[in-house]
Design a protein around this ligand. Structure first.
Ligand code: C5J
Length: 225
């Protein structure tokens, strides 16, 4: 396969075309605190299985993408240990007893350097894969993601990870406004809430692909054969 030639894959609302070397796999927030039993997400009573089903398809896609020598970028949601990048509004949102920076089951919640903040071992970044530490839901806000994408010549993104309606959706919208075409493989993104999973994907592909495209990882894998 010629990685410099455009390929087309089946997607909604219509086929997604990309030149592999100009397309990055952007994996959003596959962090232990969101996905692992004993993490912060589980402590809040969320149904982890809704997110954990995305691990295997992400693992397969990541391994194929790496084997082809294509660009991979990971993100993590979290804050500085001194909390100076934590907006007070985010800290108090939800009126929970436990909030960002407090001691959680896997260290301080959403704090960089803590065990729960890190990426799950199944998808752990290689040393040459940039990790974007983001303080917000979108991966472009207050990060160098846009500069990195420009510097390495990326024009399109395959966006996976969690959660579909929050950080994945926000990132796809931010990317769209910056001129990137985004494809979201539905089996590689997850929400704790099935109804948000469904609607989060519908919102992306509605109105002729108002924010991007939706497909399945099997279609991407087949195209990379
Ligand atoms: C992400 C969240 N990663 N749901 N965060 O979606 O708060």
């Amino acid at each position: 396969m010629d990685l410099y030639q455009p390929i087309s894959i089946d997607a909604e609302p219509y086929e997604f075309e990309f030149v592999p070397v100009r397309c990055a796999l952007l994996i959003i927030d596959m962090q232990r605190d969101f996905l692992e039993p004993g993490g912060f997400g589980a402590m809040l009573g969320n149904d982890l299985s809704q997110l954990r089903r995305t691990i295997e398809p992400n693992k397969v896609l990541l391994s194929k993408w790496r084997a082809a020598g294509l660009q991979v970028i990971h993100t993590r949601e979290g804050h500085r240990p001194d909390l100076t990048d934590l907006p007070p509004a985010k800290a108090v949102r939800g009126r929970g007893k436990t909030t960002i920076g407090d001691k959680g089951p896997m260290g301080r919640i959403l704090i960089r350097g803590e065990a729960g903040h890190d990426i799950i071992p199944e998808l752990y970044p290689l040393p040459n894969e940039p990790i974007i530490d983001k303080p917000g839901k979108g991966a472009f806000f207050a990060t160098d993601l846009h500069a990195i994408l420009q510097n390495v010549g990326i024009k399109k993104l395959i966006v996976t990870g969690v959660t579909t309606e929050v950080c994945v959706n926000t990132t796809v919208r931010e990317a769209n406004d910056r001129g990137y075409d985004c494809l979201v493989p539905e089996d590689c993104v997850g929400s704790y809430f099935p109804e948000f999973q469904e609607m989060g994907l519908k919102m992306i592909k509605a109105q002729g692909g108002i924010f991007g495209w939706v497909s399945h990882s099997s279609k991407i894998l087949a195209a990379l054969e």
